[in-house]
Design a protein around this ligand. Structure first.
Ligand code: ADP
Ligand code: ADP
Length: 223
């Protein structure tokens, strides 16, 4: 079964906006780019897949499990756009909080949290308060949180858009490692370069609708 299968997935907010009739398939282990300008509907789509908002119509499944079900949710990690942290906590405490919210056993969390912090390059800064973190560090902390339940699929909503070039490169390196480990990646971005570097296939979204989708190389070379 594919990692993601969405069929005519539609969300219409009360103001008429959202996203319309999105049909895509993402295979296991693939990195899929969802490219489009601000307001295109990328976040809306990902929030539906992550089970955070309900579709108006259409259907979707993750690894064969309908979206919104516990079985689907247990397999995914989600990094929201502009995540706000409890900034009086340390990075380590933030990840621990996420582990608790995911019902992860303490002994498992004790082992996994230091590994995760190391993986996102925060191994030496885990005890520092989040309020002393740069934007790039906060975003990498968000990645650690998204990975805390050892997901097979991660949804990343504009993970590097607010970062400077160095921060962007650091996030990109982490994402490339995740991909090599076989984790399926769904990347929302308005940055062509991020999609180009990481993704195998992509969809181009505008005004809530897919304009085209296919192999990154084919779409970006066509005019
Ligand atoms: P729904 O029709 O799905 O219930 P609503 O239009 O009632 O959605 O809005 C849900 C929430 O999103 C509200 O808290 C609202 O303030 C907020 N919201 C409304 N418009 C926007 C927007 N353009 N972008 C982001 N959030 C919005
Ligand atoms: P993107 O992630 O591509 O920037 P969004 O999914 O956030 O796009 O938004 C798609 C459209 O839906 C935009 O026009 C946005 O203003 C609108 N929108 C997003 N959230 C809400 C909401 N809760 N209520 C009403 N409109 C919304």
């Amino acid at each position: 079964v594919p990692a993601i299968q969405a069929q005519l997935l539609t969300k219409e907010y009360s103001n008429g906006r959202g996203c319309r009739d999105v049909t895509i398939t993402v295979e296991k282990g693939e990195a899929f780019g969802f490219l489009g300008p601000n307001g295109a509907g990328k976040s809306t789509f990902v929030k539906m897949l992550a089970g955070l908002i309900r579709p108006t119509s259409g259907s979707a499944a993750l690894f064969g499990h309908p979206i919104g079900t516990l079985a689907a949710k247990s397999k995914i990690g989600y990094l929201p756009e502009l995540y706000r942290y409890q900034e009086w906590l340390s990075g380590e405490e933030v990840v621990r909080l996420h582990a608790r919210l995911c019902n992860i056993e303490k002994s498992v969390a004790d082992r996994r949290i230091p590994e995760l912090l190391k993986e996102v390059g925060l191994g030496l800064r885990g005890r520092d308060r989040v309020k002393h973190y740069s934007k790039g560090m906060q975003q990498r902390l968000g990645l650690a949180c998204a990975l805390v339940n050892d997901p097979e699929l991660v949804f990343l909503d504009e993970p590097s858009s607010a970062l400077d070039p160095i921060g962007r490169m650091e996030v990109r390196t982490i994402l490339e490692r995740l991909k090599q480990r076989g984790i399926t990646i769904f990347l929302n971005s308005h940055l062509l370069e991020d999609v180009e570097v990481l993704c195998d296939r992509m969809a181009l979204l505008n005004n809530g609708e897919i304009l085209r989708h296919g192999k990154v190389s084919e779409i970006l070379n066509k005019r």
